[in-house]
Design a protein around this ligand. Sequence first.
Ligand SMILES: *[C@@H]1O[C@H](CO)[C@@H](O)[C@H](O)[C@H]1NC(C)=O
Ligand SMILES: *[C@@H]1O[C@H](CO)[C@@H](O)[C@H](O)[C@H]1NC(C)=O
Ligand SMILES: *[C@@H]1O[C@H](CO)[C@@H](O)[C@H](O)[C@H]1NC(C)=O
Ligand SMILES: *[C@@H]1O[C@H](CO)[C@@H](O)[C@H](O)[C@H]1NC(C)=O
Ligand SMILES: *[C@@H]1O[C@H](CO)[C@@H](O)[C@H](O)[C@H]1NC(C)=O
Ligand SMILES: *[C@@H]1O[C@H](CO)[C@@H](O)[C@H](O)[C@H]1NC(C)=O
Ligand SMILES: *[C@@H]1O[C@H](CO)[C@@H](O)[C@H](O)[C@H]1NC(C)=O
Ligand SMILES: *[C@@H]1O[C@H](CO)[C@@H](O)[C@H](O)[C@H]1NC(C)=O
Length: 264
Amino acid sequence: MILDFLHTILPLFLSISILTSKSLALDINSTSCNQSCGGKLVQFPFGFSDGCEIKLNCSSSSAIQIGGFDVHNVTSDHILVEIPAKCDRPLAELHQLYGWNFAPTWRNGLLLENCSESMKDCVVPRRLVMSTIGLQDCEKVNGNEERIACYSVGSNDSAEFLDYRAVEAMGRCRYLLSSILVENATESSSISLDFQKVELGWWLNGSCDAGSNCDPNAECTRFLYDGISRHRCKCKHGYIGDGFLDGGVGCQKGQSSFDSVFFF
Ligand SMILES: *[C@@H]1O[C@H](CO)[C@@H](O)[C@H](O)[C@H]1NC(C)=O
Ligand SMILES: *[C@@H]1O[C@H](CO)[C@@H](O)[C@H](O)[C@H]1NC(C)=O
Ligand SMILES: *[C@@H]1O[C@H](CO)[C@@H](O)[C@H](O)[C@H]1NC(C)=O
Ligand SMILES: *[C@@H]1O[C@H](CO)[C@@H](O)[C@H](O)[C@H]1NC(C)=O
Ligand SMILES: *[C@@H]1O[C@H](CO)[C@@H](O)[C@H](O)[C@H]1NC(C)=O
Ligand SMILES: *[C@@H]1O[C@H](CO)[C@@H](O)[C@H](O)[C@H]1NC(C)=O
Ligand SMILES: *[C@@H]1O[C@H](CO)[C@@H](O)[C@H](O)[C@H]1NC(C)=O
Ligand SMILES: *[C@@H]1O[C@H](CO)[C@@H](O)[C@H](O)[C@H]1NC(C)=O
């Protein structure tokens, strides 16, 4: 009973306390960033108006979107975007997932079609892809077989993000069918495949030292994008919040069963 109570009430209480301190932060900087889309709230640095550090779109039906794709969830590490399988989607639509502050990570395997050169990079069984996505081969109608190609980073590539120009150049494919996200299960050697999802990494400008605005109880992750230092703050284990000092709520002591940035 008491345990159940704690499990249901505590997270609720904690999210309310975050919202309360967030509204304090918003009072100081009230007009700058709208973090509400319908019933969903996102944490700093995300929001839906021009004053937000990382601006996402809020559709007329209150879906959080990036470049017309629905956002599945936003966490202190990543943005997960839905990319339903679709024949004849121009590859250029992928470019909409490259923003000022976010880009697809190397953990994505892109499913491409209508390639003029063959690619031997796909590690996912084709039958698994077809049965999971539940889609007929887009190009079967043309009498062609084995048309889906898969783009993933080379084993020598240590970059955190997929290079759009490399994707364009490799195989010269015309269509983006969908994508598969390879997730690393923590503390085990197993991985899981998430179909029809693209993972984006996000960042703020600047590196982790001096200029960083991470809370003292946050970890700062530094990486390069376009050869420039970027960073991301995340509360340490045992703390909840957005991890940022300026504009954010920082980190407060507490456990959270979820670290999603969506609160309903
Ligand atoms: C308000 O927001 C702007 C833009 O994000 C920022 O430059 C400014 O420092 C903020 N002001 C305060 C008082 O937090
Ligand atoms: C924020 O956006 C929502 C809908 O997107 C709107 O209902 C709300 O009024 C906006 N809030 C502010 C402060 O602009
Ligand atoms: C939001 O929508 C506008 C207009 O369609 C577009 O120009 C902009 O790139 C979109 N932003 C994001 C983050 O998807
Ligand atoms: C690409 O698609 C066009 C029609 O959309 C088709 O005529 C052509 O044969 C396809 N090319 C390849 C390499 O699959
Ligand atoms: C990968 O790196 C190894 C050793 O650095 C090199 O021998 C190999 O040619 C590289 N492969 C590719 C595809 O670049
Ligand atoms: C997967 O996790 C292990 C241990 O947690 C780590 O050493 C490895 O670098 C991770 N791999 C990827 C692809 O993130
Ligand atoms: C972040 O850096 C880019 C250059 O990579 C620059 O164009 C952009 O204006 C910077 N954004 C902010 C908020 O400083
Ligand atoms: C985000 O969505 C993925 C895929 O459904 C899920 O594995 C993950 O736990 C979600 N993260 C949060 C924080 O809700």
